[in-house]
Write a protein that binds this ligand. Structure first.
Ligand SMILES: [Zn+2]
Length: 571
């Protein structure tokens, strides 16, 4: 009971305590940020669950409690995601500038978190920072975690770092900047999204709303600032990071057709699994395939799935297999990557078939069997080429693809399996026989972006961000480093896309049923092209049970870094 009353009082404190912050006081936001972060953590919003609606309601309530928004209730906008079975929503809040300027900074953060299964026996305390800390102290912990727990500067809890604290920073700054003496002449559009940890649907659905609000309120977005968490990039890393873009990713997928055979006549067949293994060897963790821009490298492709498509035990070799790779991108065109992967598939398939011939010849020599060369004709197609083959045979692949995707989706199939199923059916209907490899893209797709040094307007913007970071670093004795690519994938993918129009076309035509399985407003993103910066809260071990936030930076320095940025561009 007492706990409940104190929680209610705490909520009241968070919602309605409207204090003035002294201009000169260092750490002026700390206490309010700590209280608000703990409060937001206490509202579970695991993605994808209805808890995401509760957190959206709470954030909306928090915003509406700010006097500026009781005068301008129509500047708080919520939008339910279309066709979302849970009815989740995004929350927008517009803080208009005092002048006639259209310049606008979009500040966005996600409200959802990953689940809490990783907490094991500590699961009941995952959403209570204080109770969790108490229980952690009597738990066996890795040395660095124990050190941080006893240090007192770290806040533990699901979402403490990723990123209820980031939301709290934006909410407190929104409240602060709405006070008459702190208003800026440019505009700020705050946006709180759902579903970031799953499929980024919140941000994807927010993009057309941003465009609509820009038209309605005459806004010109100059910057999109995400404050998703940042962390050390290596042991004892002393830097704080600002990113002027984000890494992107595709799910590079291969459907492989072999020729099945009885194990008693093994050289008459070609194993789809064995071809898959060759492809995996060539692509998985291949450092030659790391993308690089301006000295920043991303991680190489990583195999996320391999399976043959046999559904039962028998003595036939595998006729079909499916593999896909997480493929991170900094600056390359998706079309170039597809071309390179196709060449790799041609090379690997060809080499595999010639190695099999050599093995068969050796076998014949040993056994005296008569060697008959294989007459198998290998094919490697992209999905776009497979569709062209279907058309040549008089089929209409587009309507067929949509039909399969909708049916499979309503049957609750995994989206990647749906992509594979589409390819499988088209291969069948086009009478394509193995050995063959089809290259295509499966969901999700996260476009990459940054500010390029070769583009003068982008480079100038980047220099200004470096200046603001350096100024803040001097004020707070922090070592800032401005890098190009936020390394962990984020909502920032959906406000700017660096791929060219021809490459976007290639992406679309090689992504089975993209409109149904992963609809992205690519044209709107390209049109908006808002430079995407990440200035985030700082912490460690996000997405694990030892997730923790470093409060001195996140609650003292980050709000001032953001204020310096807002003032630089909007004063
Ligand atoms: Zn996050």
């Amino acid at each position: 009971m007492i706990k409940e009353i104190s929680r209610q009082l705490h909520t009241v404190h968070c919602l309605f305590f409207y204090r003035r912050y002294s201009m000169s006081e260092k750490g002026r936001f700390y206490d309010d940020l700590l209280a608000l972060t703990k409060h937001l953590v206490s509202i579970p919003s695991v993605s994808p669950t209805a808890g995401e609606i509760n957190i959206a309601d709470e954030i909306e309530k928090n915003i509406r409690a700010i006097p500026y928004f009781s005068q301008h209730p129509d500047y708080v906008i919520t939008r339910t995601l279309p066709n979302d079975p849970l009815g989740r929503k995004n929350v927008f809040a517009l803080l208009k500038g005092t002048g006639e300027r259209q310049d606008t900074i979009v500040c966005h953060g996600h409200m959802d978190t990953v689940n809490v299964d990783d907490f094991g026996p500590l699961k009941p305390y995952a959403f209570s920072c204080s109770e969790l800390a108490a229980h952690l102290s009597s738990t066996h912990l890795p040395n660095d975690v124990r050190h941080d727990l006893e240090d007192g500067n770290w806040l533990f809890g699901r979402g403490a770092c990723d990123m209820k604290s980031g939301d709290a920073v934006f909410l407190i700054l929104l409240r602060f900047l709405s006070q008459p003496e702190n208003r800026l002449s440019g505009n700020l559009l705050f946006l709180f999204t759902c579903d970031e940890e799953c499929e980024n649907t919140g941000m994807v659905e927010a993009v057309p709303v941003i465009e609509e609000l820009c038209q309605k309120f005459q806004l010109h977005p100059v910057l999109a600032v995400n404050n998703d968490y940042v962390g050390p990039l290596y042991q004892d890393d002393p830097h704080r990071y600002v990113y002027t873009g984000t890494v992107g990713k595709i799910l590079a997928s291969f459907y492989i057709l072999g020729i099945e055979t009885h194990v008693g006549r093994i050289y008459e067949g070609i194993s789809a699994s064995a071809i898959a293994a060759r492809l995996i060897d060539a692509v998985d963790t291949n450092p030659g395939l790391c993308d690089e821009y301006d000295g920043e490298f991303c991680q190489p492709p990583a195999l996320l799935k391999m399976k043959d498509l046999k559904t039962e035990y028998n003595v036939q070799t595998s006729q079909a297999a499916f593999i896909y790779f997480n493929y991170l991108i900094h600056d390359r065109e998706v079309s170039d990557i597809l071309e390179e992967l196709k060449q790799i598939a041609v090379h690997e398939l060809h080499n595999y078939l010639s190695d099999q011939e050599i093995k068969f010849q050796t076998f014949c020599r040993r056994t005296g069997e008569i060697y008959i060369p294989s007459d198998a004709v290998p094919h490697v197609y992209t999905f776009e080429e497979l569709c062209a083959l279907c058309r040549k045979r008089g089929m209409n692949p587009d309507s067929r693809i949509r039909e399969i995707a909708e049916k499979d989706l309503s049957a609750g199939m995994d989206k990647r399996d749906i992509s594979q199923h589409i390819v499988e059916i088209l291969c069948d209907e086009a009478h394509l026989f193995g050995p063959a490899v089809i290259l295509f893209l499966s969901p999700p797709y996260c476009p990459h972006n940054t500010l390029h040094k070769e583009i003068p307007a982008e480079d100038s913007l980047r220099q200004q961000i470096i200046e603001v970071a350096e100024k803040t670093g001097l004020e707070w004795n922090e070592k800032f480093q401005v890098r190009h690519f936020f390394p962990y994938l984020s909502d920032s993918s959906y406000v700017k896309i660096d791929d060219s129009y021809p490459s976007m076309e290639k992406t679309l035509s090689n992504f089975p049923a993209m409109d149904t399985l992963y609809p992205l407003p690519l044209q709107t993103i390209k049109k908006l092209s808002i430079p995407a910066v990440n200035m985030g809260v700082y912490g460690r071990d996000c997405h694990t049970w030892t997730e923790r936030l470093y409060m001195p930076y996140s609650f003292n320095v980050l709000p001032e870094l953001l204020l310096n940025t807002f003032r630089h561009f909007l004063k």
